[in-house]
Design a protein around this ligand. Structure first.
Ligand code: GTR
Length: 440
């Protein structure tokens, strides 16, 4: 054989071997053109260089706070309470609990929805705490051909503004009730703003006011100032506690009230319900699943910083940036970790682990670098040893899948979709496949 041919064959063999290694350790890397585009936009210019991610040590997901190893499911359950409490105190706030009284009012019912395949309901959830009450609406589609109670999805929806009609699917697929109905499941949506307006000066004017009697003054100089007194009162501002419940947890509280409805409904199998949120509500969905273990499947779509992405990587949106832009999402305690991620007493893999031993799905988008796709995958993989306590397979942190190669391991699912930040029919279909495997 001619020496040149030998060299070519040798080079080809090496390149094959290298490719195999690359794909085993995760073949995806961000498109440099996307990084340039993001950095040209001052709103999302950030650290997107993988080589500049700081060295970090993650808290061991299988160790107690005082460093004892966790080797059994029983030990995990005991540790879980401490960990949940830590996330409440430091990040999402202490939950207000259930209302004194909760009632539901059917406002509209249409048996011919989605081309006759579903019944559409608009339902009001009315909560009473002492003298105060709060009302929010949710929509619910149930499949018309159901033979009995069906599993359901609940979307925590921040894109549903008052002027949007949720009886119809949305063109771009963010709201895709028809896909869920086709699988034989029900699907509900809540409007996040009804639980806590997504605004630093007004976020208390929902269920926080219901429980605390606070009424945020409109010209609040700081996000943590709120007025005392009954709903609608203009009493002097008071400082809320540094671990007071904040907007993300308030949104999740609404999903729990829908679960309360499911538990008393003959149409829904409340033991098979998935909670789903995109982006800010992908964060809220993870927290909802941590707080409310009645949700059997927890799905976090493009949730990024404060959601599925590891904070310690400080890639894309960071703890400092998110707290500056959205001071009403997380507690006052969390603000202390701006540019000090390494000092956090936890990282987001432990938030995901609070879902165990139920099913969890995390999804990223290849161009959504602000949300740090790799950090989202790594958090899921580093959470997975907790599921091994129940005998389930784990995910390899070094084997991040490539674009549109969804992986399901044990009770965990992950995919990296092509394109940017969003919730699309592709995403919904992966979640429906995953939930179907879980529920059948
Ligand atoms: C961004 C925010 C993200 C994400 C997103 C969204 O502006 O920085 O954390 O939550 O909004 O909700 O669409």
């Amino acid at each position: 054989m001619a020496p040149t041919l030998l060299i070519v064959l040798f080079a080809a063999a090496i390149s094959l071997a290298l490719n195999a290694t690359t794909s085993a350790s995760g073949s995806w890397s961000p498109d440099p053109a996307v990084i340039d585009r993001l950095n040209a936009n001052p709103r999302v210019a950030a650290q997107y260089d993988e080589a500049s991610v700081p060295d970090y040590d993650l808290p061991d997901v299988l160790a107690t706070r005082d460093g004892q190893p966790i080797t059994t499911a029983e030990q995990w359950q005991a540790h879980r309470d401490t960990l949940l409490d830590l996330f409440r105190e430091q990040m999402f706030g202490r939950p207000p609990g259930a209302p004194d009284e909760l009632t539901f009012e059917l406002r509209q019912r249409d048996e011919h929805a989605l081309g006759g395949s579903a019944t559409y309901h608009r339902i009001d959830a009315i909560s009473r705490v002492g003298e105060r009450s709060h009302r929010f609406e949710f929509v619910l589609f149930t499949p018309n051909d159901a033979a009995g109670p069906v599993p359901a999805f609940v979307l925590i929806d921040h894109r549903w503004r008052e002027d949007r009609d949720r009886s119809q699917p949305e063109d771009r697929g963010y709201w895709s009730p028809q896909l869920v109905i086709e699988r034989g499941y029900a699907v509900a949506a809540i409007r996040a703003n009804d639980l806590a307006p997504d605004h630093a000066d007004h976020y208390t004017e929902g269920i926080i006011e219901l429980f605390e009697g606070y009424h945020a003054p409109t010209a609040s100089p700081a996000p943590h100032k709120a007025g005392t007194g009954g709903a609608g009162s203009s009493a002097a501002p008071a400082i809320r506690r540094p671990d007071a419940v904040m907007a993300l947890a308030a949104w999740g509280w609404g999903a729990s009230r829908v679960m309360d409805y499911f538990e008393q409904s003959d149409a829904i199998d409340a033991s098979r319900v998935a909670v789903l949120g995109h982006s800010r509500n992908g964060k809220a969905a993870l927290w909802t699943g941590a707080e409310d273990q009645r949700f059997d499947v927890v799905i976090s779509n493009n949730s990024g910083c404060g959601g599925a992405a590891l904070s310690r990587r400080a890639y894309g949106e960071t703890v400092r940036i998110i707290n500056e832009h959205f001071p009403h999402w997380f507690t006052a305690h969390f603000k202390a970790y701006a540019d000090r991620e390494q000092e956090l007493p936890f990282d987001q893999h432990q938030l995901i682990a609070l879902t165990a031993p139920r099913a969890v799905y995390v999804a990223s988008a290849g161009d959504d670098l602000w949300a740090d796709p790799r950090g989202e995958y790594l958090a899921l993989a580093h959470a997975s040893p907790v599921w091994a306590l129940w005998g389930h397979d784990t995910l390899d942190p070094d084997a991040m899948p490539g674009l549109e190669q969804p992986v399901t391991t044990g009770l965990m699912g992950y995919h990296l979709r092509t394109g940017g930040h969003g919730l699309t029919p592709y995403d919904w279909n992966q979640y429906l496949d995953f939930a179907t495997r879980r529920w059948q």
